[in-house]
Design a protein around this ligand. Structure first.
Ligand code: SF4
Length: 185
């Protein structure tokens, strides 16, 4: 059985794809490793690559603001990404890069056993919920994967460009709050 230390060491030593050549840091995750709720984005951006932490740039600040406002306590969730190294220029990770990195995420699932997984954006939902996931049609809906509740919401970076969708995001996060309450009551 892989431990968190094994997983971190495997990620730090990983060179299974080209992203390892240009990334400054391997961005594994942040938050409570024993939480019931896991957020999964697509990959680190420039700020995340610099700091070695996911969702710490402008989009991450917006995410934190929303989480604090709902509220979710910081120990109630864990945040990670499909790929752990930054795709340069903030492009989407290629299918090959994602497939190479998914075993690390699967190990995170095994260690955490989250009750709820929330995909932050289409790319994450494509790999975790359905290959043809349509974010505008299917965000905010619950899916069941082997007993784990899964939902996709807009990526916080999308909300920076589309302010009017913040209400939609708020409502989706309220649904996630309600679902988490069911597990902790
Ligand atoms: S993105 Fe993932 S698979 Fe590629 S080098 Fe980094 S840790 Fe390894």
């Amino acid at each position: 059985m892989v431990t968190w230390n094994d997983l971190k060491n495997e990620c730090l030593a990983c060179n299974k794809c080209e992203l390892s050549r240009t990334a400054k840091n391997v961005v594994i995750g942040r938050g409570n490793e024993n939480a019931s709720l896991m957020f999964v984005g697509e990959g680190p951006g420039k700020e995340e690559d610099e700091q070695g932490l996911p969702f710490v740039g402008k989009a991450g600040q917006l995410l934190d603001h929303l989480l604090n406002a709902i509220p979710f306590q910081p120990d109630e969730y864990y945040i990670t990404n499909i790929v752990k190294c930054r795709p340069e220029g903030n492009r989407d990770p290629s299918d090959e890069e994602a497939q190479n990195c998914l075993p690390h995420l699967r190990n995170q699932f095994r260690l955490m056993r989250p009750k709820i997984i929330v995909c932050l954006g289409r790319i994450s939902a494509k790999y975790l919920i359905h290959p043809d996931f349509k974010i505008t049609q299917n965000r905010g809906k619950w899916f069941d994967k082997g007993g784990t509740k899964m939902m996709a919401v807009y990526h916080p970076a999308y909300l920076l460009r589309n302010e009017k969708e913040k209400v939609t995001q708020w409502n989706d996060f309220m649904e996630i709050r309600k679902a988490l309450n069911e597990y902790i009551k």
